[in-house]
Design a protein around this ligand. Structure first.
Ligand SMILES: *[C@@H]1O[C@H](CO)[C@@H](O)[C@H](O)[C@H]1NC(C)=O
Ligand SMILES: *[C@@H]1O[C@H](CO)[C@@H](O)[C@H](O)[C@H]1NC(C)=O
Length: 230
């Protein structure tokens, strides 16, 4: 009897600790100077020549952009004109992540076969991870695959809800889809980090509880509907 009672009280305490008093999402916990990236150790991945190729591609884009701006916009593409369209104030560039980040993420997924013709290919994602994640870190692969699936379903669901099939592209030809997925997959994997790769300390656990409560899927702000129009 007493034993049962103790168990009940103990699990009630554990539960309330695990759900540690709801956060006020406008007030992130102050964890001082602490590196959240150290909480879920990232696996070693052999990315082959993809980073070098994609850096070169970004350099090339940067040169193209500089040339575009240098000739008073006369070489602006259709997309670029739309971007500056006065009737489309939501399309302010400030709402948007910098193109280098967006285009780099897309390039990396393309070069690793994860993205084919602007769609994620889950079979290729899994094959790439199976092949490229180092032996000692293979435990995290099924979670990364689950994160991809969760993020893909969620982001696609949001698009369908607003009646949009494809993402608009930036003037330089990349769409934000890849970098949204990249951020979402990282955040989802952080929340579901395998115990083996998780640093079980106070700051990391608080950061995770806060993220779980206050930053649900897709974990990233999606561009506004205007931006998503093809
Ligand atoms: C949450 O924090 C914000 C910003 O400090 C404050 O304005 C708001 O009243 C708080 N909400 C609750 C429910 O305490
Ligand atoms: C990846 O590896 C897992 C575990 O070995 C295996 O079950 C799965 O079929 C592999 N996936 C692909 C796409 O090769």
């Amino acid at each position: 009897m007493e034993f049962t009672y103790t168990l009940v009280v103990l699990s009630a305490c554990l539960l309330s600790y695990a759900h540690a008093a709801a956060f006020n999402c406008s007030e992130p916990p102050n964890l001082g100077a602490f590196d959240i990236h150290s909480c879920c150790r990232m696996p070693e991945i052999n990315l082959g020549d993809a980073p070098a190729k994609c850096s070169a591609y970004i350099k090339e884009l940067t040169t193209q952009m500089a040339n575009m701006n240098g000739v008073g916009g006369s070489k602006q593409t259709e997309n670029n004109k739309n971007m500056n369209n006065q009737n489309n104030p939501d399309a302010a560039a400030v709402e948007y992540p910098a193109y280098a980040h967006v285009c780099y993420a897309e390039c990396m997924y393309r070069e690793t076969g994860s993205m084919v013709e602007n769609e994620f290919n889950m079979d290729n994602v899994e094959k790439f991870l199976n092949k490229s994640v180092s032996k000692g870190d293979k435990d995290i692969v099924p979670q990364i695959v689950r994160s991809f699936e969760a993020c893909l379903n969620n982001i696609k669901g949001h698009l369908e809800a607003v009646g949009i099939k494809t993402h608009a592209k930036l003037p330089m030809g990349c769409s934000p889809f890849a970098s949204l997925m990249f951020s979402c997959v990282n955040a989802e994997t952080f929340l579901n980090c395998p115990a083996k790769m998780w640093k079980n300390d106070h700051n990391c656990n608080v950061a995770k509880s806060f993220a779980a409560q206050c930053n649900p899927l897709p974990h990233v702000p999606l561009p506004t509907a205007n931006w998503l129009k093809p």
